[in-house]
Design a protein around this ligand. Structure first.
Ligand code: C2E
Ligand code: CA
Ligand code: CA
Length: 733
């Protein structure tokens, strides 16, 4: 999991820590015999452990000692007299130190006055007491050895404890920040987490875009007294020095650690031309340990910045049409799904499709088509001013019009009877228009509504109409749906469903690496019906469970058939999101594999992003287990479930299948490539294999190889074929 190119991140070697660490070690003598205590102090005068002096605090009773210990967490060793106020005052104090004060690391050495009065082993173990000495035996030399050994142990334990706590904080903080997809809330969270870490309350995060001049370094977030600076240029800082520091860090592109503050540098230049500097103001120079933790944490911040940028970029691309810089189909679907009841009552959806676009493109070429689209788009915008026009497919536009907008046939005839000016010549472009009052639609989701209207336009074209209004065919459509549903019920009981296999191949050398099983329906009237026409129906009518199960069985049979002729590649099967989330689904699936005696590495489950995410915590353990046993898990139609792109880092999957719509856009030049490039990089970064779907041209194949995609599937290589065909075709090779 690494992508060097994405992260331009250079580290400054840690400057050696200053001798400010040379503060003395603190130890405590708890003793009611003041003479003996004086002797102890005298024996330790001038004594050093690792070049640091030893400072002795004193207490003369257990209760006084408890107060001193709570106020001095830096005490490393306690020399504790067992017998003070009473015979076991010392031992009770040990209990207080460990259980009440909660100090687990301070080293305790018991001192007894009488020979032979050793505390029992259990007590020593329970309270983690390190040593006991009879006062009369403890010579000055012994004392030095004992104290120095215990100081060293204490130092190690404290470092370990600190590291444990620190790492726990890194983990918690990283979890918090990785859930943020918005740059502002991300930076604010980063700042809050850093201040938890090191207790600094003055932290600033600044951003520079496009390497511009210092005035354009802007404060993105700030804590404490810097909160007010958000949105200002760092040049406006009252503190002149900080401005120069920011400049220095951004120009040198390295972290800087100083006595009074540390500045971290992060770069996202490769993705959105931004650089970030996070200044942490500290009253004292950070300890080596704190710098280490911040470095670990900064690794997480770094990938956090990258994820936020990628996410923003992808969502932007996901909602925009790069060619016309207008909204796209995803945007329209989101809008449709977000309309209120009242808005639905007042809105009509208008879809305008350019006729014979493919022919125009073959005759006049791509460049002409681009200009045609621009002119056509401009014409619709003029005709329906104040309405947002989106491009919903290569030759189709859609507008959400108000009920009082004129979208009549006469209106559109007037619009398209006047020629468009393209390349200084006038062209008459014919179009087909479909109009639907949203209140009349039978479909619920935005996607279905669009599909329905597009279907109507296709029908209208066949029948030679230029304008179609939805209301007329509504009843007929619903009746057709019911007819199909009842015959689908029959199909599931009478073996009318079968699978076809489409090869997945390695792009560089056309080597077969797997198949995808796709369901087909042989209708009693002889037609072969494609899944697009019945999967959705099966899902909404509760038949999908039976359908997916039949496909799984067929898939297992196909695996055996292929194995018999020596083809041992995995077959992928599709599982509908609805089915995936059913309780007991995984158990049933695993039982089926056992029954059919197939090896998990020969299977690959294709699920959609939306399916994978909606109840992820519950299904994740199953996915993890299956993947650990060698089964593939592919995220199908990747990039279309835009809302969950941010979850990619946590997905338990082996493969990302890039949706066909992106592969289509590869022929549109650089803008089309951008999205595919991002998806492949994101996918590689998180260690997934990328598979491109729907490759139809050699050009697409070449581009995908250049972009680093390994595997592809599409009509360029092969259409789906029956299992028998697959067996005979690949057996020969
Ligand atoms: P999908 O999983 O994305 O499958 C890919 C679809 O793209 C298949 O259509 C395939 O035939 C088609 N395809 C492959 N290469 C090309 C190409 O180069 N150009 C073009 N234009 N198309 C290509 P199909 O078989 O009609 O399946 C459509 C969808 O139906 C599938 O999309 C999948 O979501 C669903 N589906 C198919 N079989 C099953 C199944 O057994 N169970 C479930 N739950 N869903 C299925
Ligand atoms: Ca699929
Ligand atoms: Ca797909």
């Amino acid at each position: 999991m690494s992508d060097m190119e994405l992260f331009e991140f250079r580290d400054e070697p840690t400057e050696p820590s200053s001798p400010s660490d040379a503060s003395p070690w603190t130890i405590l003598s708890v003793e009611d015999d003041l003479n003996y205590q004086e002797t102890l102090k005298f024996a330790l005068r001038g004594f050093q452990v690792r070049d640091r002096a030893v400072h002795v605090l004193t207490a003369n009773s257990a209760s006084e000692a408890a107060v001193v210990i709570s106020g001095h967490p830096e005490i490393s060793v306690i020399l504790l007299d067992v017998v003070m106020e009473d015979d076991d005052a010392g031992l009770r104090l040990v209990g207080t130190i460990r259980d009440v004060i909660g100090n687990e690391s301070v080293r305790i050495i018991l001192l007894t006055g009488q020979p032979g009065m050793a505390p029992c082993r259990d007590i020593m173990k329970e309270y983690d007491i390190d040593d006991y000495w009879n006062k009369s035996e403890l010579t000055s030399e012994h004392l030095h050895t004992v104290v120095s050994a215990n100081i060293r142990t204490w130092e190690q334990m404290s470092l370990l404890n600190q590291a444990k706590k620190g790492l726990q904080m890194v983990i918690t903080a990283s979890q918090v920040i990785s859930s943020k997809t918005n740059l502002l809330s991300f930076t604010q969270t980063v700042l809050e987490e850093i201040s938890h870490f090191i207790g600094s309350n003055s932290i600033i995060c600044a951003q520079r875009i496009d390497g511009r001049e210092p005035e354009s370094i802007v404060v993105l977030a700030g804590t404490g007294r810097y909160g007010k600076m958000v949105g200002y240029s760092v040049q406006d800082f009252p503190d002149e020095d900080y401005f120069q520091l920011f400049q220095q860090v951004l120009n040198r592109k390295k972290h800087v650690f100083r006595d009074d503050c540390s500045i971290f540098y992060f770069s996202n230049i490769a993705i959105d031309s931004s650089e970030y500097a996070v200044l942490v103001n500290t009253p004292n120079r950070l300890t080596e340990h704190e710098v280490y933790l911040l470095r670990v944490f900064s690794e997480n911040i770094k990938s956090g910045f990258t994820n936020v940028a990628l996410y923003n970029r992808l969502s932007k691309l996901a909602y925009y049409d790069p060619l016309l810089s207008c909204h796209n189909r995803n945007w329209l679907i989101r809008e449709l799904n977000g309309l209120s009841r009242q808005e639905i009552e007042q809105t009509q959806l208008v879809v305008v499709g350019i006729d014979q676009f493919n022919d125009i493109s073959i005759t006049f070429g791509d460049q002409f088509c681009c200009e045609l689209l621009e002119a056509f788009y401009a014409a619709i915008c003029r005709a329906l001013p104040y309405r947002l026009v989106s491009r919903i497919s290569k030759d189709c536009f859609a507008v959400l019009a108000q009920d009082y907008d004129d979208v009549s046939q006469a209106f559109f005839e007037a619009l398209f009877n006047s020629p468009l000016r393209i390349r200084d010549a006038e062209h008459l472009i014919s179009a087909t228009i479909g109009v639907m009052k949203l209140a009349d639609r039978p479909a619920k989701s935005g996607e279905e509504t669009l599909d329905l209207l597009e279907g109507l336009i296709a029908e209208a074209r066949v029948q030679g109409h230029a304008y179609i209004s939805f209301v007329k065919t509504q009843d007929e459509h619903i009746a057709q749906r019911y007819a199909l549903l009842s015959s689908l019920r029959g199909a599931l009981h009478t073996d009318q469903l079968f699978i076809v296999l489409q090869p997945k191949i390695q792009l560089v050398d056309n080597r077969l690496v797997g198949f995808e099983a796709l369901v087909r329906w042989r209708h009693p009237d002889g037609r072969i019906i494609a899944p697009e026409q019945f999967i959705h129906l099966a899902e909404t009518s509760g038949l999908i469970h039976k359908l997916d199960e039949q496909v799984l069985e067929e898939t297992c049979h196909a695996i055996h058939a292929l194995q018999q002729v020596g083809i041992n590649v995995p077959i992928a099967f599709n599982i509908s999101s609805i089915e995936l989330l059913q309780p007991g689904f995984f158990e049933r699936m695993i039982a089926l594999f056992k029954r059919e005696h197939v090896d998990l590495p020969l299977l690959d489950m294709e699920i959609t992003e939306t399916g994978a995410i909606s109840d992820y915590q519950r299904i994740k353990p199953y996915l993890t287990e299956l993947v650990s046993q060698g089964m593939g898990v592919s995220i199908d139609d990747f990039g279309t479930g835009y809302s969950s792109l941010s979850h990619i880092s946590g997905l338990t999957a082996t493969t990302i299948k890039i949706d066909r719509s992106f592969i289509d856009r590869l022929d549109e030049g650089e803008v089309g490539e951008e999205m595919v490039n991002l998806i492949i990089r994101l996918s590689n970064y998180f260690g997934f294999t990328s598979v491109a779907e729907g490759i139809e041209t050699e050009n697409q194949r070449q581009k995908l190889i250049e972009l680093g995609c390994q595997i592809g599937q599409g009509y360029l290589f092969s259409k789906p074929m029956t299992v028998d065909e697959a067996v005979s075709r690949y057996q020969l090779h």
